[in-house]
Design a protein around this ligand. Sequence first.
Ligand code: NAP
Length: 366
Amino acid sequence: MPGPDRLPLGGGSGGARDVTRRSIVERSRVWYLRAELEQGRHLITIADTSLGFAVIGAGRLGASFALALRARGASLLGFTAGSSAGRARAEAWLGGHACDGLAGLVSLAPRLFVIAVPDQDLPAVAADLGARLATVAPTAAANRSGPPVVAHTSGATSVDVLGPCMEAGATALAFHPLQTFSDPATGSGRFVGAAIAITHSASQADRAGADFGFALARLLGARPFLLPDHKRSLYHAAAAFACNYLVTLEHHAEALFVDSGLPREQALSLFLPLVRATLDNIADQGPVRALTGPLSRGDTGTVGRHLEALRADAPHLLGVYRVLGLATLELLRLRGEVDPPVVDELSSLLSASDETPGPRSDGPGA
Ligand SMILES: NC(=O)c1ccc[n+]([C@@H]2O[C@H](COP(=O)([O-])OP(=O)(O)OC[C@H]3O[C@@H](n4cnc5c(N)ncnc54)[C@H](OP(=O)(O)O)[C@@H]3O)[C@@H](O)[C@H]2O)c1
């Protein structure tokens, strides 16, 4: 583990280079003190701006990462993408010239390689990088300030996909921001306060990957936590529930609102206050207490009418409604406010086959 006043990000020491580094570190101390004061909390003790890094896959996340790290004083030595169009797009975001491939990046001897390519491309990129690191010229290796560190940003992929890089002497880690990045202009600011799942390889018993990842996350103003490798897929499925399927639900909600008569161009802005207030309630009270609506009240009549309306006008969403309704019953059971027989009745109603019309009722509305 590094000492409390030293992050394991930067280089070695010696002579005039050290004097220069000390002045950089002093300047960065002032910078970080200001950042900490602005954020009202103590994030890191000291910063080392000597970190040189390269991004393989400068897409939505990779370019956001590059801009965020650069804003924290680290040096972007090079970047690349998978196609000439991708490289041109990355150049527009990051400036400078993209490398054509990994050979150019490796020759720049960055301390850190960030691999932010699509998950399916990770094995091939890791194998290619590992092969190149294994044959790196001694002069390039000597320029580097320590063993190379390779981080991938996939949520669901094992850190061991970086095996070829580890075999070449690199420290490996998975560094997954629990955040969404749709473009670098907004994405670069989204690391502050974001959770970062860090996984080191069990084959690297010194946990150097985890230490590096924690320091890197703190440099970005993020909140790192350790995630076991065998839980990465489950963790990523949780993220799909929290983020991706929320988007799916809002998409279908918008279509249903428009079918019900809301003006298409205003529908989103008309129901977004409801969505935002729901998120606020979840933040304030937790999801179980935040639940409102007919299920929370045990209102079988209204749920039955929802099913009928969907069967008539949106049968493709009937199954989704049923599954989500059944999943919501768990919240009712946890809250304990609806009588168990009513919960059972709701369960039967939601489980019924779509061929059988649900019970009709003229009970209270939603
Ligand atoms: N975006 C997010 O919100 C987010 C959040 C957390 C984690 N992640 C993770 O970050 C990774 C990248 O996601 P993304 O959303 O940033 O994807 P993206 O926008 O599609 O970017 C992927 C980048 O990788 C490049 N690439 C593809 N194949 C390559 C290769 N063989 N060598 C070098 N570069 C290659 C692409 O270049 P071309 O365009 O030229 O193909 C593109 O620049 C994924 O593992 C994802 O799970 C993303």
